[in-house]
Design a protein around this ligand. Sequence first.
Ligand SMILES: [Zn+2]
Length: 422
Amino acid sequence: MSHVKGLRCRECGEEYPAVMKNTCESCFGPLEVEYDWSEVDVSREEIESGPNSIWRYADLLPIDNEDSVVDLGTGFNHLYEADNLADELGIGELYILNDSVNPSFSFKDRVTGVAVAKAIEFGVDAVGCASTGNLASSVAAHAAKANLPAYIFIPDTIEKGKITQTLTYDPEIVPVEGNYDDANRLATEVADENGWGFVNINLRPYYTEGSNTMAYEVAEQLGWEAPDHVVHPMAAGASLLSVQKGYKQLEKLGLIEDGDVKMSGSQPEGFPIAEAVRNDEPVKPIQEYETLAHSLAIGSPADGFYAKDAILESGGYAANPDDDAIIEGIKLLARTEGIFTEPAGGTTVAGLRQLAEEGRIDDDETVVVNITGNGLKAESTLSEFVTVPESISPSIGEFEDRKQRQNNKTKNKKEAVPGGEQ
Ligand SMILES: [Zn+2]
């Protein structure tokens, strides 16, 4: 199945065998999976006859043994033709890859799926992660199906409402005094000490490969062609790099002709990667921040430097919407395309709008937007930004009156906007 040659340091190039390890011993650089594609002969037809999940791309993933796969049905999500949203933003051809419908309702199922399969191959007794959100739920879900204990380290300040989904899968939740970094540090030690596989820690090189599948399934659904331009949300910057790598990988394997894709990222206002791209300056970590898009709130993005370079070299750009724009982005996507996303998705849509307004999207481009999580995840946050209309008595007369009032309101609104009436 797999064609993994080993791990390789992105910084100094030092090579390691394919073990559970994420950092280079010589230079502390990040390790990446190295493949040997020389003997790979994988065809479009073979992939097309595979399961309706990311596992149709098993030959392109770092898994050696098919039996280790825990397939919850992640991925191969429908590529929406977003013509309503395209019209609204003045974009020619726009598609949405909707990852809000994955088994645990975010794109994290892609990365977790690959990492947990790898953990099973390594024969670990338990899996885990440090997380405060989508990753925690995804690990807990996969561990449940795999009959493995899952140790989820969280800062003890987190509200119960934010981990209800995770708690329901019944993993070993370990609240740690302090912040996310404290939880993460302890998780790293625990994984080391016990030889357990923690998906975003010692399994990280395999984990990040899972995001490549977003590129694979977009290209397949576009008739084995890469889009011209991808707009992707950014936290640490890793998944944007993986998506780019995915398109290049397909080209290397002869599955698509051209894997060069313009990559643009969107990150909440003030966060390092987007600001660095927009201001043409180095990526500067920040200590203090606030955003509604919690899942993108990483003040020192590990892959920031690489993501910035990748964006600029590809001819893409970065958007930096503020909270108001993010909420507008969520509403715009729901109103035009019927997709309910969390603030990370709102950031991406708001970013798309900003890029379109700033003239960063060419008229003849095929654009793909990656929507990475479900709005139900953030229902309590979003409830502050919607209002329930006044009630009426259960009488047809009152309903007709209400309808009349609504019609007048819409009419007035249209008259107030120059050119609104068409
Ligand atoms: Zn190194």
